[in-house]
Design a protein around this ligand. Structure first.
Ligand code: ZN
Length: 492
């Protein structure tokens, strides 16, 4: 275990708190995962990357982290307004697929996106549809405790009763009177005693193909229930961190809290962490606004709003340039500057690999590491950490360009420093622009090196015609060739 002073902002207490896990060297972390219908978009990328960094940092500190990220494949899918049927079920019915074929199709694509963004897989990825028995048992306990009731084959959580005993709305800061005043009576709510009540179990309409038997009806569980049930199953009745996007605070996480308190008479979660939202050119992302861009479209550039393709590492770096609790606005200008900044960072990382040591050192690396830990310990302040990494890149460039000297010890330190904080914790892949597979580029790099070797041999023979021809043709192709004291450097 590394000693640390990690403080995280707890959305429940609304302040930064020192992180002390329930168990000495184990951390339980649950993050609300994707609803697998449709391709991954930025709304999927931000929580995945945010909690990937939390996961990586806690692991780096020496904790054994059990990271659970669920897959919502039942109960919370956008419904077609008139049919009351969720989209997975509808697509499955229309295309004569098993609903699980639809789920698997989108899940595979989600995993592929996450891999490209260098998001590590969680320790456990449970499906809501695989935990129906546990959810039914969970409902029974809440019914026995008196905080739920059966109505027309469905089961509803009794929010006013819970509120009277334990208080409802602590996480989101909403109170029940306000909610009652603003909750509209929607179709189907007549089964409920109170408009604020939410479904634990829903009776399925006859055309609904995803349903399971239960003591109350053939039906399916309510969305909020899967997270309470699966977090308890894999992390216990109390666990350390629960994460998700800010939009999940209410009602989803508020309902999770009510369920777990009704179930265990104690809150399950010790630290609630929420990442902020992403806007596109200042507007909320939405299909109806025409600014809905999938991750695949970002990676290929095939969308009317995109001026070019952006590599997965550019997207990752861009998200990490903002603190996770701050908003992020995507625009071509912002992404292009993130791409340039990432390029500078990775150039520095590459130049470091063949830096030549001197007998003396004129750079000062002494406080880089303590500042980096300070930034991460301050509620995962990745923008500050990135600034410190750029300080290291400046030193690397000074040495490489002959404007400063570094000892072997300092070079070794810088290598370890960049590896730990840039590659391992921020999860930036060091390849060219993060988009291509380094091994497939190797022959091209070697060909360029060969060409430059021919040029320098030509120069040493004073064959200026050949040397100039190579130099000028390469410049036309977009290569920058630089003669340094250690030889020739090139970039595209
Ligand atoms: Zn959830």
């Amino acid at each position: 275990m590394k000693s640390h002073n990690l403080c995280i902002y707890n959305s429940m207490s609304r302040c930064k708190e020192r992180f002390t896990p329930l168990h000495d060297n184990m951390v339980g972390m649950y993050v609300c995962g994707p609803t697998v219908y449709g391709d991954g978009h930025l709304g999927h990328a931000r929580p995945a990357i945010t909690f990937d960094v939390v996961y990586r940092y806690l692991t780096h500190l020496g904790y054994k982290v059990r990271y659970v990220r669920n897959i919502t494949d039942v109960g919370h899918l956008e419904h077609d307004a008139d049919e009351g049927e969720d989209k997975i079920a509808k697509k499955a019915r229309l295309e004569q697929l098993e609903p699980m074929e639809v789920v698997q199709y989108y899940l595979n694509r989600y995993h592929h996106d996450m891999e490209r963004l260098n998001v590590l897989p969680p320790s456990i990825e449970p499906h809501a549809s695989g935990h129906i028995i546990e959810q039914i048992e969970y409902i029974k306990t809440i019914l026995d405790a008196g905080y739920a009731y059966v109505s027309e084959g469905s089961v509803y959580f009794d929010v006013p009763k819970f509120n009277a005993d334990f208080g409802y709305g602590k996480l989101s800061g909403r109170n029940i009177e306000e909610l009652l005043a603003t909750t509209r009576e929607l179709d189907g709510q007549s089964e409920k005693r109170n408009p604020t009540d939410f479904a634990l179990w829903k009776k399925a309409a006859p055309e609904h193909i995803m349903h399971w038997p239960s003591p109350w009806s053939e039906g399916f569980p309510g969305w909020h229930l899967e997270c309470s049930t699966m977090s308890e199953k894999y992390l216990g009745t109390q666990f350390d961190i629960h994460g998700g996007g800010m939009d999940l605070k209410f009602p989803h996480h508020e309902c999770e809290i009510a369920q777990s308190v009704a179930h265990n008479h104690a809150p399950a979660v010790r630290y609630w962490m929420h990442n902020n939202m992403i806007t596109i050119n200042g507007k909320k992302m939405g299909k109806s606004l025409g600014n809905f861009i999938t991750l695949e479209q970002f990676f290929t550039g095939e969308h009317p709003l995109l001026a070019q393709a952006y590599s997965p590492m550019t997207i990752r770096f861009f998200i990490l340039q903002a603190h996770y609790r701050g908003t992020v606005d995507f625009s071509n200008e912002a992404l292009q500057s993130a791409q340039t900044a990432l390029g500078r960072m990775l150039d520095g990382y590459r130049r470091l690999q063949d830096l030549k040591a001197s007998d003396e050192s004129t750079i000062d690396v002494s406080n880089l590491e303590s500042r980096a830990y300070e930034a991460l310990d301050d509620d995962l302040n990745t923008p500050v950490l990135i600034g410190i990494l750029f300080d290291a890149v400046r030193m690397i460039n000074q040495v490489k360009d002959g404007n400063a000297k570094a000892s072997q010890a300092d070079i070794d330190f810088l290598k370890g420093f960049m590896q730990t904080f840039l590659i391992d914790i921020l999860g930036i892949r060091p390849e060219a622009d993060g988009a291509s597979d380094e091994s497939s580029l190797k022959p091209y790099r070697e060909a360029v090196d060969l060409l430059l070797q021919i040029r320098s041999e030509a120069k040493s023979r004073k064959d200026w015609a050949t040397s100039d021809l190579i130099r000028n043709r390469m410049a036309e192709m977009g290569f920058t060739v630089k003669d340094t004291k250690d030889g020739v450097e090139w970039s595209v």
